[in-house]
Design a protein. Structure first.
Lengths: 249, 405
């Protein structure tokens, strides 16, 4: 907390057991992430990125090792305690958006507050959802269900949902995996803008150009971290959007 | 967790699959409706039997000539002709606590007045009869002990007999010819209506038993004797006293069966209500089975719903829903289905009983209690059959649920 370290993993292992077989997905990862960082987690398919993200997101517990989130050890918490941590400290953005069907953008964004210990009136809920939807550029779309929104718009609703509880960290597993290149840049512009406002972002991607929007790239292979570097020439999504898109994207 | 949005979620999930929800609720509607209607029919029958037994009078002991089996009254009681007028007089004299005794003979015959005639029931009774049966007159006066002693040609008649013969005319003081004997009508009884067997209790002529035996029916034995006891705590003692008195008077040696039967009103009531209670339980059980089938329908649909919404459950868990929140959500959904079905079922059941009593003339009785029980039971069906699917949902692993295709 005092040294600004938000996430601290110490020798984290995760081994899946499927019958007789043991699959070591994460094999000893130690990692420290400071408040306000924008980190891209990279690596080939099957290298353990999603497994590590599930542990970081408190959806899963490490088989061994410690995980400190906001200076508190969360590696030994039970199901309900993990649910509370997810509700208060973590916002998720998924590759496939995972919005509730036939439910308005506003109600999708409000979802984490339903399970919050905060007691907000119906009007306060609505006001907060509309504000966060506006901040991701969806003012005027509050009543639209996912079926009436484009992929990029759906992902923005998901970002709004992740932000509504003012989380410590935003976790995004391949957030641009289902989006075309221009929409991907739009989403990156939102991420960079949020990051400038001080929100910590951890994003999984296997695309080099997407990882270039982050400050720091961590590369995994076979369940271990093989590279950890500061991005030398960071892409700026906002300026890219003002110009015609370079053909490389 | 916030409860109001959870209800909202349940409501919207149910509305999303309108047809499915309606069909699922239909199972409960039919089940609860059947329970309400069947129990209503059973209770109606029971209430009618109870009312009839209450109309025998208060604290009454009935003595029939002829013996009976222990389980109930054998057919043909009264036929054996063992009860004498003197037996009744002895009871009147010797049984402590007997405040009224009525000797009873019964027949059916043609009665006539002017050019009208009518086939009706003739009851011969003592003057105590109207008190024992708690059957007051609406007009006129009953016959007196003096009329009984003198076997006077007087009678009182029921409302049906009165209208059949005299229409709207006043019948009091008129002459009614019974087997060509002219009887003077002293009074008209208050109407009692139909008995459960469908006998019109107001189709009756009641006269002194002496007159009936001497002038109308003939014979020297009584069909039965009605005894009223003043203090209910003395009924059992009085019953024993009557038995030993009659055994002694009829010279029945020890070890031999009685040639008469003594039943308290309580015993008759118990036998009759036991029968109707069995009927109520049977009808209710049959209806309960359909409610059970409705519950299984709910379980089935909830399981389908949990599978369909696996991803939604994963999302909810990812944003902080605890297992209990998910459990509550699905339980509320199941209970909403079952209790809304229950309410509609109650309305349908009340409607069905109303139709049955209007068109089939079945007596039905629906109490607030049975409505409340039916409602609570339908809600309980939702909890019971919703619990397994809801627990299944709550136990899902968030990562696998999010990945579910
Ligand atoms: N639930 C699971 N059960 C068994 N093995 C798993 C499970 N999840 C992932 N794995 C295995 O763990 C390894 C890492 O998977 P994952 O973390 O999904 O990699 P990535 O996201 O980098 O593609 C893979 O070999 C995968 O097959
Ligand atoms: Mg992955």
């Amino acid at each position: 907390m005092n040294n600004g370290s938000l996430v601290k993993l110490i020798d984290v292992h995760k081994t899946y057991r499927t019958g007789e077989m043991e699959v070591p997905a994460v094999r000893g990862v130690s990692l420290e992430i400071k408040r306000g960082e924008f980190l891209a987690l990279m690596g080939a398919s099957g290298s353990g990125k999603s497994t590590l993200m599930n542990i970081l997101g408190c959806l899963d517990r490490p088989t061994s090792g410690s995980y400190f989130l906001d200076s508190a050890d969360v590696s030994g918490l039970d199901r309900d305690q993990l649910a509370d941590i997810r509700n208060r400290k973590i916002g998720f953005v998924f590759q496939s958006f995972n919005l509730l069907p036939r439910t308005s953008a506003r109600e999708n964004a409000e979802l984490p507050l339903v399970y919050s210990t905060q007691r907000l009136s119906h009007a306060q809920l609505r006001e907060r959802a509309d504000r966060v939807l506006a901040s991701v550029g969806l003012a005027g779309r509050e009543d639209h269900p996912p079926s009436q929104l484009s992929g990029g718009q759906q992902q923005r609703v998901a970002i709004a949902r992740a932000l509504i509880n003012d989380p410590e960290v935003l976790l995004a597993d391949e957030p641009t995996g289902n989006l075309d290149s221009r929409t991907s840049v739009e989403i990156m512009a939102i991420f960079q803008q949020l990051n400038e406002r001080g929100i910590t972002i951890i994003m999984v991607t296997h695309e080099q150009d997407i990882a270039a929007y982050a400050q720091r790239n961590v590369v995994m292979r076979d369940g271990v971290v093989v590279d950890d570097r500061v991005v030398p020439q960071r892409s700026d999504a906002a300026t890219q959007l003002e110009q015609p898109l370079p053909s490389t994207l | 967790m916030r409860i109001a949005p959870t209800f909202n979620v349940a409501y919207r999930a149910l509305r999303r699959n309108k047809m499915r929800s309606v069909l699922t609720a239909l199972g409960i509607i039919i089940g609860v409706g059947a329970v309400i209607a069947m129990v209503g029919i059973g209770n109606g029958a029971k209430a009618q039997v109870e009312a009839q037994i209450a109309s025998l009078g208060q604290n009454v002991i009935l003595i029939f000539s002829g013996s009976t089996t222990s389980s109930g009254i054998r057919t043909g009681w009264g036929g054996a002709g063992t009860l004498k007028i003197e037996d009744a007089e002895a009871i009147r004299r010797e049984v402590s606590g007997a405040i009224g005794v009525s000797e009873e003979v019964v027949s059916t015959t043609q009665v006539a007045a002017g050019n009208q005639n009518w086939f009706t029931r003739i009851f011969g009774e003592s003057a105590d009869y109207f008190d024992i049966r708690q059957w007051p007159l609406s007009d006129g006066a009953p016959f007196t002990p003096q009329d009984v002693r003198s076997a006077n040609k007087v009678c009182v008649i029921g409302r049906t007999t009165a209208t059949q013969i005299y229409g709207n005319e006043n019948s009091i003081g008129q002459i009614l010819r019974i087997k060509n004997v002219p009887f003077t009508i002293l009074g008209v009884l208050t109407p009692k209506g139909l008995s459960p067997q469908g006998v019109d209790q107001d189709d009756i002529v009641i006269m002194p038993y002496t007159s009936a035996m001497k002038r109308v029916i003939g014979g020297t034995t009584l069909r039965n004797i009605n005894v009223q006891i003043g203090d209910p705590s003395q009924i059992a003692a009085a019953q024993q006293q009557i038995i030993s008195l009659l055994r002694q008077r009829h010279n029945i040696r020890p070890g031999r069966d009685d040639d008469f039967t003594v039943r308290t009103q309580q015993e008759i009531a118990e036998a009759a209500t036991a029968t109707s209670r069995v009927m109520t339980v049977l009808l209710g059980a049959i209806a309960g089975v359909s409610l059970l089938v409705g519950g299984i329908g709910i379980m089935n649909i909830m399981l389908v719903s949990v599978t369909e919404r696996t991803r939604e459950i994963g999302v909810r868990m990812a944003v902080g829903a605890r297992g209990n929140d998910i459990l509550t959500q699905f339980l509320i959904e199941a209970v909403t289905l079952s209790s809304v079905g229950g309410i509609i079922g109650i309305i349908c059941g009340i409607g069905a009983s109303a139709l049955l009593s209007t068109y089939a003339h079945w007596p039905t009785l629906i109490s607030i209690g049975s409505i409340a029980i039916a409602f609570l039971f339908s809600a309980a069906v939702g909890v019971f059959f919703g619990f397994y699917p809801a627990r299944k949902a709550a136990a899902l692993d968030p990562i696998e649920a999010l990945r579910y295709e």
